[in-house]
Design a protein around this ligand. Structure first.
Ligand SMILES: C[S@@+](CC[C@H](N)C(=O)[O-])C[C@H]1O[C@@H](n2cnc3c(N)ncnc32)[C@H](O)[C@@H]1O
Length: 120
């Protein structure tokens, strides 16, 4: 399994319970500090079959057609080109693989009062 924007590793550690000892879960994140944090958590938990890789999910450092399942939680909304991310998801998935994303999306225009607040 592959977790896009894995942060401190929570999604990877949960997914690990699904793939079992013979499976493998990879997390990709472009923030060095998050990869370091995730690796510290990995050591603390003593997991061997998880790996955290520094990289941009718009250009995944993952071989084509090598992944059974892609997951992502609260990341794709942050990415500049969602199209590139979906292209990458389809590239790395094996035939018959699937993906599951949890995120926020807009279904109408944001009110001007919110658009004008940089932090929002
Ligand atoms: C809101 S956090 C979510 C972390 C994790 N998925 C979770 O559920 O705890 C967003 C993460 O996405 C990463 N991220 C954002 N854009 C990214 C990109 N283009 N490529 C890789 N990682 C990215 C950030 O560094 C951050 O760790």
């Amino acid at each position: 399994m592959l977790d896009l924007g894995s942060g401190a590793g929570i999604g990877v550690f949960i997914a690990r319970g699904k793939v079992g000892e013979s499976g493998k879960v990879i997390g990709v994140d472009f923030a060095k500090v998050m990869i370091e944090k995730a690796n510290k958590n990995k050591v603390k938990l003593g997991y061997k079959n998880v790996e955290f890789i520094l990289g941009d999910i718009e250009n995944l450092p993952i071989l084509s057609e090598s992944v059974d399942v892609v997951i992502s939680n609260w990341v794709i909304n942050l990415v500049h080109s969602k199209k590139k991310v979906y292209h990458e998801i389809f590239r790395v998935l094996k035939s018959g693989g699937h993906f599951c994303i949890s995120d926020v999306s807009l279904n109408s225009d944001l009110p001007k009062g919110i658009l004008d607040i940089v932090e929002m």
